[in-house]
Design a protein around this ligand. Structure first.
Ligand code: ATP
Ligand code: MG
Length: 433
């Protein structure tokens, strides 16, 4: 392929070019009677471009007509200029207008709802551009982490005949003459996969009809899951900690500029990238909440957001909480042998109020107990016959967990709402565009 003379703004600056050819969109435009200043935007950065009337009256007239988001190609001389927003300026010698944009519906100081209604356009904002780049790093880091440890990527069906995370959040879909459900997790199929591949992982779309309107729940999100034969809870939690530290390290390595645009506290991320993360039991968490913070959480209740937040705030790094009460856990989370009231499971809670980012467990090998628990949830255990068969043909201890990709992106970027961690969010109330 013939090499294009066009570069991105970032490449032009990095290569220290003097004569530059750039193409992009008008981010801002300001005209005086002598100059037109255009801030040009492309995927990599923004840069000020200046057109002087005295140097080129025809070009000046063309540039006066430019509107926000008009698409243009320019060429000119790149110089350092400390008055320009990014410290550099292009003195334009030629410009081609590709399209003059209609008045852009997003102006300064818009309501969040208008920005969500115009999400297809708001993706161009510096904020979402930065978030999407960080998301790209997070996703890449997850693949790299598992592949470097010898895990195989393994895909599960999205149409599933049964629930696995509770009927209340199931999405039913018509499937020819039948009803099926959209995947709430990859887990049950992964448990079949490990008998072939040993250690596996996946990242895929996940669907939960979450009716609560929180800033941490989407109806469609991406979950990165892993499952490993022979693995026990204590090993599992260490994998989760290593994965999170690796993701933070990768974001710091590749996205300093984006973190700055988002005004994220980089020092804090540097701390998370190196720190040890504590593991405590649910019972110890209650102890901290009730004795240190005078809260009143009885044994047997799931931790609510404010309680999770308190625990993570107490340690100021991600915290692994294990051994939640068996009774409130999914049917596949096994009771501990030492104390059957406690399940061999964990959640990882992120600090700064971001709370649960990972949930996982050993998987129960006790078929009768699982059947009993399914029945108690009003489920028909027969649908799970294939799953229980896995316990009959060379059953082995095994464990796995799921990481919420948007939860991690939200935390990395310091976003108030998880909706900004995905390009086109889906919640109970947000279906379009
Ligand atoms: P929560 O209690 O926060 O609803 P959960 O216990 O239902 O989470 P799991 O079933 O353990 O979550 O799912 C694994 C991970 O998937 C969670 O730790 C979280 O990071 C992510 N996750 C779960 N539900 C959602 C959702 N509705 N939107 C975005 N991420 C989610
Ligand atoms: Mg949930």
């Amino acid at each position: 392929m013939k090499e294009s003379k066009y570069t991105t703004i970032d490449e032009a600056l990095k290569k220290d070019l003097t004569q530059v050819y750039l193409r992009g969109w008008v981010f801002r435009q300001r005209a005086s009677n002598k100059f037109v200043f255009i801030v040009l935007r492309d995927e990599s950065d923004i840069i000020q471009c200046v057109i002087s009337k005295s140097k080129n009256a025809e070009l000046f007239e063309k540039a006066e007509k430019l509107t926000i988001e008009s698409s243009i190609k320019i060429s000119g001389e790149l110089k350092e200029d400390e008055r320009a927003p990014t410290g550099f300026e292009v003195s334009v010698s030629d410009m081609e207008i590709i399209q003059i944009a209609e008045p852009f519906p997003i102006t300064e100081h818009q309501s969040p709802e208008l920005l969500y209604d115009n999400r297809h356009l708001w993706l161009r904002s510096r904020k979402l551009n930065a978030v999407l780049k960080i998301r790209h790093t997070v996703v890449g880091a997850i693949h790299e982490f598992f592949r470097s440890l010898g895990y195989y990527e393994f895909d599960a069906p999205i149409f599933q005949p049964s629930q696995s995370e509770g009927g209340s959040t199931l999405f039913e879909v018509k499937y020819f003459e039948d009803i099926m459900y959209l995947s709430q997790t990859w887990q049950l199929y992964a448990e079949a996969g490990i008998f072939s591949l040993g250690k596996i992982y996946n990242m895929g779309p996940t669907f939960r009809a979450e009716k609560s309107k929180t800033s941490r729940h989407l109806a469609e999100f991406w979950m990165a899951e892993m499952e490993a034969a022979w693995m026990t809870l204590d090993e599992l939690t260490e994998v989760a900690k290593d994965e999170i530290r690796f993701i933070v390290q990768e974001v710091l390595k590749h996205n300093k500029k984006e973190l700055e645009i988002l005004e994220r506290d980089i020092k804090l991320l540097e701390h998370y990238a190196k720190a040890e993360y504590p593991t405590i039991k649910y019972a110890e968490a209650l102890d901290i909440l009730n004795n240190k913070y005078q809260m009143d959480v009885p044994w047997g209740k799931d931790l609510r957001t404010m309680e999770e937040a308190k625990i993570a705030e107490h340690f100021k790094v991600p915290v692994v909480v294990t051994h939640y009460p068996t009774e409130i856990m999914g049917f596949y989370k096994p009771p501990s042998e030492d104390n059957p009231k406690e399940a061999l499971c964990f959640d990882m809670l992120a600090p700064e109020g971001y709370c649960e980012i990972i949930g996982g467990s050993e998987r129960s090998l006790l078929v009768d107990d699982m059947k009993k628990r399914l029945k108690a949830e009003g489920e028909n255990p027969e649908i799970y016959d294939w799953y229980f068969a896995l316990r009959r043909y060379g059953s082995v201890p095994h464990s796995g967990y799921g990481l919420g990709v948007e939860r991690v992106v939200q935390w990395m970027c310091g976003l108030d709402n998880i909706k900004d961690a995905i390009a086109f969010p889906r919640t109970m109330l947000r279906k379009a565009p």
